[in-house]
Design a protein around this ligand. Structure first.
Ligand SMILES: C[S@@+](CC[C@H](N)C(=O)[O-])C[C@H]1O[C@@H](n2cnc3c(N)ncnc32)[C@H](O)[C@@H]1O
Length: 262
């Protein structure tokens, strides 16, 4: 039976991630990754390169005013060390209490809080960066709009927003909670909530994998040596090349915005 997630509610998104966290308690990377262990590592490496570069640019545009960062959809706290190194204070927020349990266990000194009814437990304009990696596209379109509004509330004027999202035609998730948008749609929606678009970098996690599968067939491309080779390219080489390729080659986009003055 196909489950229809076209209008996934907050509760359904929550249950989906709670379940993933419960199933991967001993393997936090997989809790926020995909089922294939190697591919999860590949995505992590690729993201570390692309997100790391955008984070450095976001930090430098803050001119030393790096008081408080919001890790929205923090999951198990994968990005916490990178954010802690650049900001005075960190708050990790997630919809899934099971994810937050793992994050608290990993980082007992850090602050985490659960999203409730699309409300972040923080005052208006209290963050200089909202950092949001692979989160919004796991929410229905209506809910994405509400979340972007809430992010706009908590980022201070001149503050930054980093979003890593799936790009592509709008389609309603069927059997899984996943909602992409065309890049222009992401940008227009975020800009309509008081942000100014600064830059977009495209990236791709399965470029070499797809080419190998096309050239050799999927079965051959999955042979261990060939699969490892494609993982190597996708995680270590492609993150430097894909940003230069035309947009149709990109699976994900990392968008940076600046909060406009009121
Ligand atoms: C693919 S994981 C990414 C986790 C983390 N950002 C990272 O890069 O490691 C998606 C995370 O977003 C969280 N999430 C999804 N929808 C959310 C929402 N509406 N509010 C807060 N967190 C949400 C999930 O619970 C999950 O932890």
């Amino acid at each position: 039976m196909t489950e229809d997630y076209s209008q996934a509610s907050e509760a359904e998104t929550n249950e989906f991630w709670d379940e993933k966290a419960r199933a991967n308690k001993d393997n936090p990377s997989r809790a926020v990754g995909v089922d294939d262990e190697l591919r999860t590592r590949c995505i992590e490496n690729a993201q570390r390169i692309v997100v790391g570069r955008a984070l450095r640019r976001a930090v430098s545009s803050l001119d030393g005013k790096t008081e408080r960062v919001l890790d929205f959809g923090c999951g198990v706290g994968r990005w916490l060390p990178h954010l802690d190194a650049n900001f005075d204070a960190y708050l990790g927020v997630d919809i899934s209490s099971e994810m937050l349990d793992i994050a608290r266990k990993n980082y007992p000194q850090s602050k985490f809080s659960r999203l409730n009814n699309f409300t972040i437990d923080a005052e208006d304009t209290s963050f200089c960066l909202a950092f949001c990696i692979a989160v919004l596209h796991h929410n229905s379109y209506v809910n994405q709009d509400a979340l972007i509004r809430e992010l706009s509330r908590v980022v201070r004027p001149g503050g930054q927003l980093l979003l890593l999202e799936s790009k592509g035609a709008r389609m309603c998730g069927s059997g899984r909670i996943f909602y992409s948008r065309p890049v222009t749609d992401w940008i227009e929606t975020v800009e309509s909530e008081g942000f100014r678009h600064v830059e977009t970098t495209g990236t791709c996690y399965q470029f070499a994998d797809r080419i190998f599968a096309k050239v050799f067939s999927r079965a051959v491309a999955r042979r261990p040596l060939m699969y490892r080779t494609s993982i190597f390219f996708d995680s270590q080489v492609m993150p430097y090349i894909t940003p230069m390729l035309p947009g149709r080659f990109h699976e994900r986009v990392l968008m940076r915005f600046e909060r406009s003055s009121a």
